[in-house]
Design a protein around this ligand. Structure first.
Ligand code: AMP
Ligand code: ZN
Length: 112
């Protein structure tokens, strides 16, 4: 499958890993938008949030179980933001579901 994040997960494309477990991989965004900007992805290829269903939601749950661990590891003791861009209007550029973990400063109140 020609998916850049699948290739990052497999190690075929290098990344700066910050967390890894059986179901989840997390690595630093190549174009960080905050002092901490980590992409948290399920190892299972799910195209977008719009494709979450009863069959694959365990992979998404695993992502959200990993997020507090990654946040602690990254020193985000004062909070953080988790963002998912979905589809065209959501400006999703990589079609492997991923959650942006942003923090390390007071983030903008604007969401759009
Ligand atoms: P999105 O726009 O929500 O689909 O986010 C895709 C994110 O992936 C962007 O923030 C990019 O900077 C990031 N990205 C793209 N290619 C890589 C890569 N090879 N390594 C790390 N981050 C990447
Ligand atoms: Zn993929």
């Amino acid at each position: 499958m020609d998916c850049i994040f699948c290739r990052i997960i497999s190690g075929e494309i290098p990344s700066t890993a910050v967390y890894s477990d059986e179901k989840v991989f997390a690595f630093r965004d190549i174009n960080p938008q905050a002092p901490v900007h980590v992409l948290v992805v399920p190892r299972e290829h799910i195209s977008s949030a719009d494709e979450i269903d009863g069959e694959n939601s365990n992979a998404v749950a695993a992502v959200f179980e990993a997020i507090p661990k990654i946040a602690a590891k990254e020193g985000l003791t004062n909070g953080y933001r988790v963002v998912n861009n979905c589809g065209e209007d959501g400006c999703q550029s990589v079609k492997h579901i991923h959650f942006h973990l942003l923090g390390g400063k007071k983030l903008s109140e604007k969401m759009d």
